[in-house]
Design a binder for this molecule. Structure first.
Ligand code: GLU
Ligand code: MG
Length: 450
């Protein structure tokens, strides 16, 4: 993403690059990335006054089924208003660019259903308390091609193997180059455990930008795959017998100036960090309705699969829903962070990160004490041992998670009643649509959409 200060800069950049269409995009409640595009001839006007969108669009589920019981339908409009800082020329769509939009009422105030505004409010709240956040989403994905109607993964190599690196090198190089053209720097790459499963992680950024990058990351992955005649899936569990695709969320809390990492302590995690973790762990049952928000998500969140399945935390523990990763030597302060593992790419990143910040800050404000860190696979503990450590099974279905979300007063009020109700209606309809159907129907739809 190029930092662009003014709308005139964007118009000039569009002319210089012979941009034909500019997409005004947003992520809806099911995190389907949608939008409308404008010819660049009218760009200045459109950047200023946005593009109209029917409110009912936000009441559609991932099968485009409108949930009319939300009160949204054919009438009522908002405007898609671009954030100039997100201007991005798309390397996988010739002569096209995109801007991420806020959803605004016609009176120019933020619409109560705008997910990006939910996060902005949490960021502003944190700023008032003297905190700021850096974050990064870390998606895993599956790549391959469909031959005679059957998906063939690009490789069947072993985890972290150089064989996998060789087989995927053309795709991964193109993907990394495309991210770099958008100013998104890659941190690490490796083949993961599953067939055709790979992971490319990107550097952390201030909270809002980290979410914008997750949108462009997903777009780029699908775009490059399409360009190469391949397929790429971010779905949490694209195939029943293969490991799931997580999208772990890394977050660090800083002072208002971004100079001091408040999570850092010589001992590993500061008292502030402990309370922040305690807040996240306490809210996990409802939080997963925002971080792992699809029917398919719950195929992934199973015990002993490194995806996390219990309300617990631990240092360097890949079975813990909240993991404190090891730090880089000599950069201990800069690299101390919290990883939330029960996150996947079906999450609307703005709602997921807003939920994690709200939960963590709740822990700080209420001075919560975290349970003891777990040092083993919680599934290997007895029921009594887990109970003694407040370590409970995460909701095992989206429906259960939604009920927990409704019970969670902090997260419900963070969303606001209209958004909370619409979100639950949309997501409940997905439980209905996929619940009675065969698992292949569910997995196919999630592979295609994410
Ligand atoms: N694939 C695992 C998941 O579903 C994560 C494996 C890892 O620790 O990278 O979250
Ligand atoms: Mg991984």
């Amino acid at each position: 993403m190029i930092q662009v200060r003014t709308l005139d800069d964007i118009v000039m950049e569009a002319q210089r690059q012979s941009i034909n269409l500019v997409r005004f995009i947003y992520a809806d409640l099911s995190s389907i990335i949608r939008g409308k595009a404008t010819r660049s001839l009218r760009l200045k006007d459109r950047l200023e006054s946005g593009i109209g969108l029917v409110k009912g669009t936000l009441a559609m589920n991932m099968l485009d089924q409108l949930q009319t019981d939300t009160g949204f339908g054919a009438s009522g409009e908002i405007r898609l208003i671009p954030d100039p800082d997100t201007w991005t020329v798309l390397p996988y769509a010739e002569r096209q660019a995109a801007v991420i939009c806020d959803l605004m009422e016609l009176d120019r105030t933020p619409w109560e259903l705008c997910p990006r505004n939910v996060l902005k409010k949490q960021i502003a709240r944190a700023r008032d308390l003297g905190f700021s956040f850096q974050a990064s989403f870390e998606p895993e994905f599956t790549i391959g091609t469909t031959v005679d109607g059957t998906f063939q993964p690009l490789d069947r190599s072993l985890c972290f193997s150089t064989e996998g690196m060789n087989k995927a090198s053309r795709f991964i190089n193109n993907f990394i180059d495309a991210l770099a053209k958008q100013g998104i720097e890659v941190e690490q790459y490796y083949p993961e455990l599953g067939h055709g499963q790979h992971e490319v992680s990107i550097s952390h950024m201030p909270a809002l930008k980290a979410c914008d990058r997750q949108i462009f990351y997903r777009e780029t992955l699908k775009g490059i795959a399409l360009e190469m005649g391949m397929e790429a899936f971010l779905a949490p569990k694209p195939f029943e017998k293969q490991p799931g695709n997580g999208c772990h969320l890394h977050i660090s809390a800083w002072d208002a100036y971004g100079e001091r990492n408040l999570l850092f302590a010589e001992s590993g995690l500061s008292p502030f960090g402990m309370k922040f973790v305690a807040g996240i762990v306490e809210h996990l049952p409802g939080l997963v309705a925002l971080t792992a928000p699809s029917v398919n998500s719950y195929r992934r969140l199973q015990p002993s699969s490194w995806a996390s399945a219990y309300t617990c935390w631990g240092f360097e523990n890949r079975e813990a829903a909240v993991r404190i990763p090891s730090v880089y030597w000599g950069q201990e302060m800069a690299t101390t962070n919290i990883e939330v593992k029960c996150v996947d790419s079906t999450a609307n990143p703005y709602l997921a990160l807003a939920g994690v910040i709200a939960a963590g800050l709740d822990g700080v404000e209420r001075n919560l004490t975290a349970p003891e860190p777990i040092t083993c696979d919680p599934a290997s503990l007895s029921d009594d041992e887990r109970e003694a450590n407040r370590c409970h099974r995460l909701p095992s279905s989206l429906m259960d998670a939604l009920m927990e979300l409704e019970e969670d007063k902090l997260l419900s009020s963070m969303l606001g009643s209209r958004l909370a109700d619409t979100y639950c209606a949309v997501k409940t309809s997905e439980c209905g649509a996929f619940g009675g159907a065969n698992p292949e129907f569910e997995m196919t739809h999630h592979r295609n959409r994410y």
